[in-house]
Design a protein around this ligand. Structure first.
Ligand code: GDP
Length: 443
């Protein structure tokens, strides 16, 4: 996951500050020196780092902070607020046309993730009950049109294409007309990219721009390329006037510099972040939530939103009832795992829970999806009866399950033990809570 190095270093700085009842100017200077190094190492633009550190320092050395009982905490809060400001302050929302379809032009270098992001954005809009139309205007990259068509089919969003023999300007123009004729409220134009910025590319993009008069020009940049991503953004912005940036590949081990520099250097807000290759791995960018993730403070809001849009409420209620009555079986367990998987890769979910990211690093906990696969394989190897009545799984059955699932008996034992403990805890908890809330001693 992105920012891991930065998060670790900042947390070290803060743990030194947090414990102090009094903070001297020297302490602040020392902490800021470390913050500066951490940011530079994360590939944040050096001018941005300089200004950032100066601002935080100025606010931290004030009398109010120095005299407070929890100066460390106040400084952390200052850093949090400044990081949020650095990334734009608050969420920059997508523009909406007053009349007719909202036209979004996607631009960027080849390989940045433009085509994938176009489809992801269409999916996101569709989830909000919009009717987007994708336009395949990248006629140069072999297979770009096909790629968009396949993605469109997958998410059931129409793709407008005229093949690769018609000019992109004409495709965009006819695409817009098609959207108007068919009542599409968003038009997402996937334009061509190049390996490097060149005049010919810019000219073509300008012509498309003139033809469709977009409400949004979103530049897709690969966060893994660090400072280069920022330079590309700066360059595109001077030639085309961008309305926003989409940062892709934030799931990789990018050091995060692009996310922290792009707004400050170009003035363009980051509107979306892509955190994976899957079609639903695109999120609106919230600076305050990203700052919180960078500082290792989690992001419960995003997690709750993910849960709300992915989890079946009726099923969750039924599950809760079963837990209360200790009727929870291995079948329910599988179902619950399925629901969790819908939220995204496990290590990303862990990072959203406050404190979890740090614990994961300290204990070197591996929360990969492969592990989940092994657990599933064990449950799949149980018979129907065994899943419903786990207490019947004796040693002989455990051996059979281990062989059937390609795991070993120790793993099977561990899972069954954990499951038993979970059931017992649920039972105790529900007895204690009773039907009308807590009984007896407070917990
Ligand atoms: P384009 O040339 O800009 O249209 O780039 P593509 O959309 O074809 O994407 C290039 C590659 O990057 C593909 O293999 C995508 O699957 C991958 N990709 C795009 N976005 C992400 C992302 O957020 N995370 C990861 N890990 N890969 C991505």
């Amino acid at each position: 996951m992105a920012f891991e190095g930065l998060t670790g270093r900042l947390q070290n700085v803060f743990s030194k500050l947090r414990g102090k009842g009094k903070v001297s100017e020297d302490d602040v200077n020392e902490a800021m020196r470390e913050v500066r190094l951490a940011l530079l190492e994360a590939d944040v633009n050096f001018k941005v780092v300089k200004e950032f550190v100066a601002k935080v320092k100025e606010k931290s050395i004030g009398k109010e902070v120095m005299d407070s009982f929890t100066p460390g905490m106040i400084i952390i809060d200052i850093v949090n607020k400044e990081l949020t400001e650095l990334m734009g302050g608050s969420q920059a929302k997508l523009a909406k046309a007053n009349k007719g379809p909202t036209v979004i032009m996607m631009v960027g270098l080849q390989g940045a993730g433009k085509t994938t992001t176009s489809a992801k954005l269409a999916k996101l809009l569709q989830k909000q009950n919009s009717r987007p139309l994708l336009v395949a205007a990248d006629i140069y990259r072999p297979a770009a049109i096909k790629q968009l068509e396949v993605l469109g089919e997958q998410i059931k969003v129409p793709v407008f294409s005229l093949g690769d023999k018609v000019s992109p300007v004409e495709i965009a123009k006819q695409g817009l007309q098609h959207a108007k004729d068919n009542g599409n409220d968003y038009l997402i134009v996937d334009t061509a990219g190049r390996l490097h910025i060149d005049e010919e590319l810019m000219e073509e993009l300008r012509q498309i721009h003139t033809e469709v008069n977009p409400d949004e020009v979103l530049l897709v940049v690969d966060a893994m390329t660090g400072q280069d991503a920022v330079n590309v953004a700066d360059n595109f912005n001077t030639q085309l006037t961008l309305t926003g940036v989409v940062l892709t590949k934030l799931d990789g081990d990018t050091r995060g510099g692009a996310a922290l520099s792009v707004k400050a250097v170009t003035g363009c807000p980051i509107k979306f972040a892509a955190l994976g290759e899957k079609i639903d791995a695109l999120e609106p960018f919230h600076p305050e939530r990203m700052a919180s993730r960078i500082l290792g403070m989690g992001d419960m809001l995003s997690l709750i939103e993910k849960a709300q849009s992915n989890i079946d409420v009726e099923k969750a209620k039924e599950m809760e009832r079963k837990m209360r009555n200790a009727e929870f079986t291995f079948d329910d367990f599988l179902e619950q795992m399925d629901q969790v998987k819908k939220l995204g890769p496990l290590d990303q979910i862990m990072d959203m829970i406050p404190g979890m990211g740090k614990m994961k690093q300290a204990k070197d906990i591996k929360v990969d999806d492969k592990q989940m696969g092994r657990i599933e394989a064990i449950v799949f190897s149980m018979t129907k009866q065994e899943k419903q009545h786990p207490e019947m799984i004796d040693h002989k059955r455990r051996k059979r399950i281990a062989t059937g699932s390609g795991t070993n008996i120790a793993e099977v034992n561990r899972l069954i033990k954990q499951f038993d403990e979970m059931r017992r805890m649920m039972k105790q908890f529900s007895d204690m809570m009773g039907p009308k809330g807590p009984k007896g001693k407070a917990m």
